[in-house]
Design a protein. Structure first.
Length: 200
């Protein structure tokens, strides 16, 4: 009788060992842009908190809102003043991409206690002067097309500079994603505008 009990106990132990769940895969935790990403056990994941925004993140978002707002002001001239259909299409594309980006950045500011924060336009690379905006608003036809592309290329290049800087200095994952979107979208638009400009 005793040997039978031992056989049953051994069988139960063996079945328990065979039915145990496989060990969960390790998790790679996010880190600051460019930093090393530590590998964590699944039991450690619940304690991982994304890095809070730093001054570079906050400054980038505040500047880029104003930067985008000027780009939108420039695109609003295009329907009545542009002659080239491709220029009009580019203006629409810029407006349709940057309007929701402004909304996302303002929402980020509200979520991080930065609502309404703006930066002086003079500190932003690529910004057009008021005199340049006045000249753009007064131009018509091909003159407008050329001036719009020249100003917008410079404007986009300034945005790329700002995005590149925050990707190196920021810590917030959401800001990193926004900056990467700016780099991808505006690099493509710069290439289109530079290819179009000599044809006007």
């Amino acid at each position: 009788m005793r040997s039978g009990v031992l056989v049953i106990a051994a069988t139960v132990a063996l079945l328990a060992g065979c039915s145990s769940a496989p060990e969960a895969a390790p998790v790679i935790a996010p880190d600051t842009p460019g930093g090393s990403a530590p590998t964590l056990a699944p039991s450690q994941v619940s304690g991982v908190i994304p890095a809070p925004p730093n001054d570079a993140d906050r400054r980038y978002v505040a500047m880029m809102i104003g930067h985008h707002e000027q780009a939108l002001a420039m695109t609003r001239f295009a329907p009545d003043r542009a002659e080239n259909a491709t220029v009009k299409g580019l203006a629409d594309r810029i407006r349709f991409s940057q309007e929701p980006e402004i909304g996302a950045m303002k929402q980020w500011q509200r979520a991080n206690g930065e609502a309404g924060t703006h930066q002086d336009h003079g500190s932003m690379p690529g910004m057009a002067t008021q005199e340049q905006l006045n000249a753009l608003g007064a131009a018509r036809g091909k003159d407008f097309d050329r001036m719009f592309l020249e100003l917008m290329i410079k404007h986009h290049e300034g945005a790329l500079q700002m995005a590149t800087e925050v990707l190196g200095a920021g810590t917030n994952v959401a800001v990193e994603e926004m900056a990467n979107d700016v780099v991808a979208t505006q690099t493509d638009e710069i290439n289109r505008m530079k290819a179009l400009l000599p044809t006007l």
